[in-house]
Design a protein. Sequence first.
Length: 153
Amino acid sequence: MKLKKSISTILASMLLLAMSITTINTTAQTKTDNSKMKDCCMMIDGKMMVINDDKTTPMEKEMTMQNGTKCTTSGVCTMKDGTKMQMKDGDCMDMSGKMDKCSVMNKDIKSSTEKKSDKKNSATNYICPMHSEVTSDKSGKCPKCGMELIEKK
């Protein structure tokens, strides 16, 4: 009788352990990625780009933000009150119409202009497979297309 009880206890413990491991593994695999870029329009190397669903593409037409601000492909933003401003490299306007410095530009990804001036001072270890001008000394995502930078061989 004691043997059956011991075996039952051991089996129940093993089942509980297996369920715990499965739950932990599932939670780890479905963890939300907080590094996702916000949806916005931004200026990179003098060109207006749109980030939507973590993908960066060239801005092809004027965009109207939620607060009524309109941004053109040339980087001129007209506020609802008629005030105009010219976006500069690294400027970002999120879809609500809030202006700030873009998180993509704050990462260690070098733009092509920075690459040219800083080429001698740093070793480049990562490069975008689609945009050879986008390089970095650390892993990350390409600000132009959102692809993972790959290690340079």
